[in-house]
Design a protein around this ligand. Structure first.
Ligand code: TYM
Length: 412
């Protein structure tokens, strides 16, 4: 495959050498920016990153092997790109086990709606394929990148664990870990990090992540930490000592640079390349030019927001594709392709027929911006309200249960 060549690591600079002032989309693990009101051009990104499109043939295959309709995030192209997903499906068909790996960099007290996207699909994948899951909380990453103490980053990891557990993962099949707490205690993790570190040069990591001479050395070696959970040998206590269980990673496309590098290095470590499923970004309230970000509270709806906060944020900040006056709107109609409330509905309104009705009604001017927003507010208040209730019920014992290194229930 073109993206697998070893030399690729050297050449795969993030954003392909674009600087953020250019009139092109920019995507890396820290920044997402598009100059178009319609947001990132994801077809171009597939070409730039060298991944593959999740096309209808792959969707049909997934439905065939699981005997279930795919999740609407897949059906609607929100999970739009992959690496080696067909191989995972083939293994599943042959009853060969795999595991899921995803993560969160705990940078805020609560997660926001954008962070929920990979966790929602991960839950669906866990249920559909009945497989174990490891969730990495990169509190070390946030310590290195942000102005946090180790203690604060670790505390946020615990807070975020509540949001993750509230997504409904199977406690017998899910291990959630903080890097600060787990890495030193695992017999496999640090060894894999060192194996990885030995195979990647400073030049390669600079080329891939854009690190400069004044970046601290912690950042430079960090990719080995995010790579390690892709190998089951990093978790001898979780996977019963099995060293080559295949891995599937659901994430948004911003995390792909880590895993392009991981896939390049894996064979040289004698490990399997992880497969990936990439999602689009859940846009900021202000518009699809950027992703929802925890560092800007007004760009985001948090999973702890109250009904009132949800209503105020949508009404006040959600960028509208509607016209300036009611008369003009009735005459010309709204533009769904830039309307943030409509885009949020494509993620969270599951009923295809109703979504189409809204699209037609808004585009033709029959439905006004206020009506569209009202429908979104009702859906989000229900979704987040239910999440808040589940989150509030999570006890310290629940957290301990998920975070205890232990063999996960699975037939290997
Ligand atoms: P973090 O905390 O930035 O994001 C957590 C997960 O959410 C995805 N994400 C989004 N998805 C859709 N729309 C958005 N607006 C949006 N913002 C964030 C991210 O892609 C990610 O999947 N370094 C990672 C933590 C990590 C990780 C992993 C993530 C460690 N190992 C393995 C995915 C897979 C981070 O800081 O994610």
């Amino acid at each position: 495959m073109a993206d697998e060549q070893s030399a690729a690591v050297q050449n795969m600079s993030i954003g392909d050498g674009l600087d953020k002032t250019q009139e092109e989309d920019f995507v890396d693990p820290w920044n997402v920016a598009s100059s178009s009101a319609k947001g990132i051009d994801y077809d171009k990104l597939i070409v730039k990153f060298g991944s593959s499109k999740i096309d209808q043939a792959l969707i049909d295959k997934m439905e065939r092997v699981t005997g279930k309709p795919v999740h609407h995030f897949i059906r609607r192209g929100i999970f739009f790109s992959h690496r080696d997903l067909h191989q995972v499906l083939e293994m599943y068909e042959k009853k060969k086990p795999f595991y899921l790996y995803t993560g969160r960099g705990p940078s805020s007290e609560a997660m926001h709606l954008g962070h929920l996207i990979p966790f929602v699909i991960t839950k669906w994948l866990q249920e559909t394929f009945d497989v174990p899951l490891v969730v990495q909380l990169t509190d070390d990453e946030k310590f290195l990148w942000k102005d946090f103490t180790i203690e604060e980053a670790n505390r946020l990891a615990y807070e975020n664990t509540k949001d993750i557990i509230a997504c409904g993962f199977d406690p017998e099949k899910t291990f959630i870990f903080s890097d600060f707490e787990y890495i030193g205690n695992s017999r496999g993790f640090y060894r894999n990090m060192c194996r990885f570190q030995k195979l990647v040069t400073f030049n390669q990591v600079k080329g891939c992540f854009g690190f400069g001479d004044s970046d601290c050395i912690g950042k430079i070696s960090f990719p080995s930490i995010q790579a390690a959970p892709s190998f089951s040998s990093s978790f001898p206590d979780i996977f019963n000592g099995k060293s080559n269980v295949p891995c599937l990673i659901p994430c948004a496309i911003d995390q792909d640079p880590y895993f392009r590098m991981t896939r390049d290095v894996a064979p040289r470590m004698g490990c399997m390349k992880p497969a990936l499923m990439h999602s689009m970004f859940f846009p900021a309230l202000q518009g699809a030019q950027s992703k929802m970000s925890a560092s800007d509270a007004n760009s985001s709806i948090f999973l702890t927001d109250t009904d009132k906060q949800i209503k105020t944020k949508i009404n006040k900040y959600a960028f509208s594709g509607g016209q300036t006056t009611v008369e003009e709107h009735r005459e010309k109609g709204g533009d769904c392709s830039v309307d943030v409330s409509y885009q949020y509905l494509t993620f969270f309104l599951e009923d295809d027929a109703r979504l189409e009705e809204i699209k037609q009604g808004y585009s033709s001017g029959q439905i006004l911006t206020g009506e569209l927003k009202k429908e979104l507010i009702t859906i989000l208040q229900k979704l987040i309200g239910e999440h808040r209730e589940r989150r509030a019920k999570i006890t310290d014992d629940d957290i301990k249960r998920f975070m205890k290194p232990r063999k996960l229930k699975y037939d290997y």
